[in-house]
Design a protein around this ligand. Structure first.
Ligand code: NAD
Length: 334
């Protein structure tokens, strides 16, 4: 018995990745849509066989009465997660919320309070935790195969394109909550914490926004550079950017150096291990695209069978706190 999923916000990621993944999931099926644009929602609904009466607007009236919808997947701009997540929870639905959880930690907390009051679950869509090359590396680290890891680096960069709709809200601080770090630097931060199984204790950050003729970085940072110190003493250096195009994670172990390059693309990620003996590229258990269905299947099971959520709301809140620390450090130079 597959659970019913409704997608809220029918933008680029929703239409091209989330909805197809639900379509391919063995544990979930698309049974509803929530959108502010009725014509778009009707077209998407027709393409995916969603009944007309399961197409709701953001007010979500009637959603509570639709027993074919168990889970709402919120994929709106970062600052618009909160109102949709809370409306879905109040309609009695569980929520998969896109990363970052919110535009600030106060909003994340309010969503967690609402989930508690409604006795519903929230998962954060950190897809890398379900990506085969990333999970292979996580296993190697757990088995100690890299030796001691006292240093790690990770860089997440992708060009911002003001000519496309999906990047227009990303230039507005009130909607995005921040710039490249909030959008994709979060993959470096969350990825290293997960792989190393340790949360940084201290950090120092700088941000930079070059002037451009179109003023695209007028409100949000283009570049962020962060030094992290972990409780074990381990160091990491991470960066994010809205200019170049590269996403990688490097773990500098005493026995082996592991490089995920690319680390967090939608497809074609690759793990390379370098030791004294040479270099190898372990074959992943499946294609990178498995990350999308993996999330849908996992949360469906968490809701239906009560298994622990691998990327829960608490993780999303923790990352919001750390990202706020990054921006505070950059602002104060401390
Ligand atoms: P998008 O602009 O393509 O989609 C956002 C949708 O929200 C649009 O359909 C838009 O109409 C709608 N919307 C609702 N209220 C809005 C408002 N007040 N202002 C503007 N738009 C509003 O953006 P996207 O790239 O699909 O990103 C959406 C969310 O998904 C973000 O939180 C983003 O961080 C996340 N995302 C995650 C991944 C991933 O790999 N997990 C990839 C891309 C985006």
């Amino acid at each position: 018995n597959r659970l019913g999923w409704a997608v809220c916000g029918l933008g680029h990621f929703a239409q091209n990745y989330a909805i197809p993944a639900i379509g391919q999931s063995s544990e979930g099926k698309l049974t509803g849509l929530i959108s502010g644009n009725r014509d778009k929602a009707m077209a998407v609904g027709t393409a995916w066989g969603v009944p007309r009466d399961a197409i709701h607007d953001y007010g979500m009236q009637g959603l509570a009465d639709n027993d074919n919808i168990d889970i709402v997947y919120v994929i709106t701009p970062n600052a618009i997660h909160e109102e949709n997540v809370i409306a879905a929870l109040e309609a009695g639905k569980h929520v998969l919320c896109e990363k970052p959880f919110a535009h600030n930690s106060a909003a994340a907390r309010r969503m967690m309070d609402a989930a508690k009051a409604a006795d519903r679950k929230i998962m954060i869509a950190y897809r890398a935790h379900f990506e085969p090359n990333n999970t292979a590396l996580k296993e190697m680290v757990q088995k100690g195969e890299l030796g001691d890891i006292w240093y790690a680096t990770s860089d997440h960069h992708r060009p911002l394109d003001p000519s496309v709709e999906r990047d227009q809200w990303r230039m507005v601080r009130d909607l995005a909550g921040g710039g490249s770090f909030m959008d994709i630097g979060i993959y470096s931060l969350n990825g290293l914490i997960w792989l190393l199984d340790e949360v940084p204790q201290r950090l120092i950050a700088t941000t930079f926004s070059p002037e451009t003729p179109d003023g695209r970085f007028g409100e949000v940072e283009a570049i962020a550079q962060v030094q992290l110190v972990f409780p074990s003493g381990r160091r990491a250096s991470i960066s994010s950017g809205y200019v170049a195009n590269k996403k990688r994670i490097d773990l500098w172990g005493s026995q082996a150096v592991a490089v995920l390059d690319p680390a967090t693309e939608y497809s074609g990620n690759r793990l390379t291990i370098t030791t004294a003996e040479g270099q190898e590229t372990p074959k992943p258990s499946g294609p990178s695209e498995q990350q999308f269905t993996g999330e849908i299947d996992h949360f469906s099971k968490a809701v239906r069978d009560g298994i622990d959520i691998l990327t829960p709301a608490e993780m999303g809140l923790r990352d919001m706190h750390l990202m706020e620390a990054v921006y505070l450090s950059a602002e104060r130079g401390e």
